[in-house]
Design a protein around this ligand. Structure first.
Ligand code: PMV
Length: 313
C-alpha cells in the first residue's frame, strides 16, 4: 500500500511580527510544493529519505532523543504505526527553498501527515491539520499553526491570535517574485529582537501596531476589489514599519529597492534579518521584475497563489 500527498509553501503578505502582539496578519499559499510518498514495508522500521538526508530508525524511539530535521516525519510515522508489526518507507521531494521563511517545514508536516496516515485509511483534512501541527511542534514548540493551516486549505488567509484563522474567499489576480537573500536567520532571534525594541520603545511600538492593524484592514478591502496598485503601496508601507522595528538590513533593502522600482511593491516576508523578500506583480510587470533580479544574479522565482492547498493522490 502506497500513498502520496503534496502541500504548498507560503509567504506572509502582511503583518509578520505584529501578529505576535495580537495584530491580524495575511498569509498566502504559493504554488511551490512538498510531495511526500509513504509506503508500508514488511520490516518493522521507519525509513525517511529526502534531499537533506536519510533517517532510519526502529519505531518507538523517544522523540526527544532524535536530532534530525526529519523528526516530524518520524513522529507521524510512529504514531500511524502504533503497535502494528510493519514499517514505513517515506520519500520527500520539495520545490520550496529550505529555511527561507517560505513554510517548507509546515508543508512537509501537512503532506507528511496526509501521505502517512492515508496508508492506513481515509482521514479528514481537519485531522490531517491537527496531526501536522503536532508534528511541527517537535521542531518548533511555539508554532501558531498558521503556516500548517494555510498549507492545508490553500489560498489566502487572515490570522490573529485571538480569533484564529479565516479563509479569504477572494481570488485576486497577482503573482509574486520571491527573492532569497540566502542569509540564514532564526525566527526566534528575530522575535526576541523585536521584543527588545518593544520594551525600549513602548509608545512607538504601540503606534506602529495600530498603523499595521489599520493597514491590514485596508488591504482586506483592496483584495476584494483586486486593486493591485494600492496593495503594492501598502506593501511598501508595511516594509517601512518592519524597518522601524529593526528586522531589516542593508542587503534586504537593496533587494527591496529593486522590487519597489520594478513592481507594484515589495517587502520582507517572515521574520527578516535574512530569508526572503517578495515583489508584487501581474502580467504587465512580472517578466520585467524577474529580469531585474536575475540580471543582478539574485536567486528568485515567480509564484502564483495556490488555491488548492493539500492534494492527495
Ligand atoms: O518563520 P517565518 O520567517 O516564516 O516568520 C515568522 C513570523 C513571525 O511573525 C516573525 C513570528 C510568528 O510566530 O508569527
Amino acid at each position: 500500500m502506497k500513498s502520496k500527498a503534496s502541500a504548498p509553501g507560503k509567504v506572509i503578505l502582511f503583518g509578520e511580527h505584529f501578529v505576535v502582539y495580537g495584530i491580524k496578519s495575511i498569509l498566502c499559499s504559493i504554488n511551490k510544493r512538498v510531495t511526500v510518498t509513504a509506503e508500508k514495508t514488511n520490516e518493522r522500521k521507519i525509513s525517511i529519505n529526502s534531499e537533506i538526508g536519510t533517517l532510519v530508525l526502529d519505531p518507538d524511539e523517544s522523540i526527544t532523543k532524535i536530532n534530525s530535521p526529519l523528526k516530524p516525519f518520524y513522529y507521524l510515522a510512529n504514531k500511524a504505526l502504533k503497535d502494528q508489526n510493519e514499517g514505513l518507507k517515506i520519500q520527500i521531494e520539495s520545490e520550496i527553498p529550505l529555511g527561507a521563511g517560505l513554510g517548507s517545514s509546515s508543508a512537509c508536516c501537512v503532506a507528511g501527515a496526509a501521505a502517512i496516515f492515508k496508508v492506513f485509511g481515509e482521514i479528514s483534512k481537519e485531522k490531517i491539520l491537527e496531526l501536522a501541527i503536532e508534528a511541527e511542534k517537535t521542531i518548533y514548540q511555539n508554532t501558531s499553526g498558521a503556516d500548517c493551516t494555510v498549507s492545508t486549505y490553500g489560498g489566502l488567509m487572515e490570522y490573529d491570535k485571538n480569533n484564529g484563522f479565516r479563509k479569504i474567499e477572494d481570488e485576486p489576480n497577482f503573482q509574486l517574485i520571491i527573492v532569497n537573500s540566502n542569509i540564514k536567520h532564526s525566527t526566534e532571534t528575530m522575535v526576541s529582537k523585536v521584543k527588545e525594541f518593544e520594551n525600549k520603545n513602548k509608545e512607538k511600538f504601540h503606534e506602529l501596531s495600530n498603523l499595521e492593524s489599520k493597514l491590514v484592514n485596508d488591504v482586506l478591502k483592496l483584495i476584494k476589489e483586486n486593486k493591485i496598485e494600492e496593495i503594492g503601496e501598502k506593501l511598501n508601507l508595511n516594509q517601512k514599519f518592519l524597518e522601524e522595528i529593526g528586522i531589516s538590513n542593508e542587503q534586504l533593502e537593496t533587494m527591496i529597492k529593486i522590487g519597489q522600482k520594478s513592481s507594484y511593491g515589495a517587502k520582507i516576508t517572515g521574520s527578516g534579518g535574512g530569508g526572503c523578500i517578495f515583489a508584487l506583480t501581474n502580467n504587465s510587470n512580472l517578466e520585467y521584475t524577474l529580469k531585474e533580479f536575475t540580471n543582478k544574479e539574485y536567486e528568485c522565482f515567480a509564484a502564483k497563489i495556490d488555491f488548492k492547498g493539500l492534494n492527495t493522490f
